[in-house]
Unconditional design. Structure first.
Ligand code: NAI
Ligand code: MG
Length: 364
């Protein structure tokens, strides 16, 4: 099977961090005979500058065809005044919506060399490796009715938490499948104590488990308690499954257990395509970082680890994904640091491309 990849570097530091991923893709082609058919295109402000839209129809069509989309970041102050429908972020949202990427995977992993970066004690986070699966295309951010309405002489802000059984079922399956490839444990979080949508969520997750994944260990937790447990002893978790709203909050909390934004990858997965691979987009959690763009300061690791996720979840190359993650771990253990990873101990930061050099050397 050919491996097709659409690369959308985007804006700000996006192209800088993506340049390092290109070098890694080349390494796999020459050193491991693992080839990718790569197309590169524009998204966000870069696409707006070129053709007046944050994502062209042709790029959208290409994204639907490939095995995986790898996106850098979009946005920047020069686009802040654009009409809402033309903003760079709309390009990203269109990709997520039209590809129907309903399962957002956010790993929170703590490399031992960076454990002192955390606001928590070293032994609480060192070696941490958990995965949050957030439902991404439904729930309160999309439910109707919504809006600001007039009622009894005052304005009322209104949003609706709404989940169908099918929406819960499919994201639960993603979480259980993932758990089987990891620690075989899922903790599902909602507020079944106060929300009917949470009651249904719990029921459906339990049913999917009992019928299709009885071998995976399943527990349920109220999302507020889950937030506390994440800060108290995060290593108790393997996969956390949750809805769009709680997932937004909990994944940001989990991210900060482990340190810098420059380290955090993500994946968004949809339904399987004809070749059995899921629709997929991979991207670093960070934005376009206009404050450091064009200065060679950006940490490329979040984008590189996003490509590692693509190897694992789109291309079924789990061993190669681990190889890449180990290379990153080694470089960090050797003390190689971009500016965002400079702790109290000081030292001299390396540039984006020097970090790429070090990771390539570790791969060799
Ligand atoms: P940001 O993530 O771009 O930057 C936040 C801070 O973290 C900045 O100080 C930045 O220098 C630093 N940082 C981020 N990534 C880094 C990296 N790889 N290496 C070193 N330092 C890094 O978030 P911010 O500043 O709120 O947003 C900037 C622009 O990015 C805005 O236009 C925003 O809309 C957009 N954005 C885009 C996202 C995306 O494409 N998925 C996500 C978040 C923001
Ligand atoms: Mg958030």
């Amino acid at each position: 099977m050919t491996n097709t990849l659409l690369i959308l570097p985007g804006d700000g530091i996006g192209p800088e961090v993506m340049a390092e991923v290109h070098r890694i893709i080349d390494w796999y082609g020459t050193k491991r005979d693992l080839k990718f058919d790569v197309t590169e295109d524009l998204v966000g402000g870069a696409a707006y500058d070129a053709h007046g839209k944050p994502l062209s129809d042709a790029t959208m069509a290409k994204a639907q065809e490939v095995d995986a989309v790898l996106l850098g970041a979009v946005g920047g102050p020069q686009y802040d005044k654009l009409d809402f429908s033309l903003k760079p972020e709309r390009g990203l949202l269109r990709l997520r919506k039209e590809m129907d990427l309903f399962a957002n995977l956010r790993p929170a992993q703590c490399f031992d060399a960076l454990a002192d970066f955390s606001s928590l004690k070293r032994d609480v986070v060192s070696g941490l490796d958990i995965m949050i699966v957030r439902e991404l295309t439904s729930g309160i951010y999309f439910g109707e009715p919504r809006g600001i309405i007039e009622e009894g002489g005052q304005r009322v802000g209104l949003n609706t938490q709404r989940y169908t059984e099918a929406e819960i079922d499919r994201v639960a399956r993603s979480a259980f499948e993932l758990a089987r490839k990891r620690g075989n444990k899922v903790c599902s979080m909602e507020k079944a104590n106060v929300m009917e949508s949470g009651i249904l969520w719990r029921e459906v997750v339990q049913k999917v488990h009992d019928e299709s994944y009885p071998d995976v260990e399943l527990s349920h937790m109220y999302a507020d308690a889950g937030g506390m447990q994440l800060c108290r002893w995060p290593k108790q978790f393997d996969v956390i499954l949750t809805d769009n709203l709680f997932g937004d909050l909990l994944s940001d909390v989990a991210a900060m257990l482990t340190g810098s934004l420059g380290m955090l990858p993500s994946a968004s997965l949809g339904a399987p395509m004809e070749n059995g691979r899921p629709k997929a987009m991979y991207e670093p959690v960070h934005g376009s970082a206009p404050d450091i763009a064009g200065q060679g300061k950006a940490n490329p690791i979040a984008c590189i680890l996003s490509f590692a996720m693509a190897l694992r979840y789109s291309f079924d190359e789990g061993a190669e994904a681990t190889r890449l993650e180990k290379a990153v771990e080694k470089v960090l253990a050797d003390g190689v640091r971009t500016a965002d990873l400079m702790g109290a101990e000081g030292g001299t930061p390396v540039s984006t491309s020097r970090m790429g050099d070090a990771i390539l050397a570790a791969l060799d």
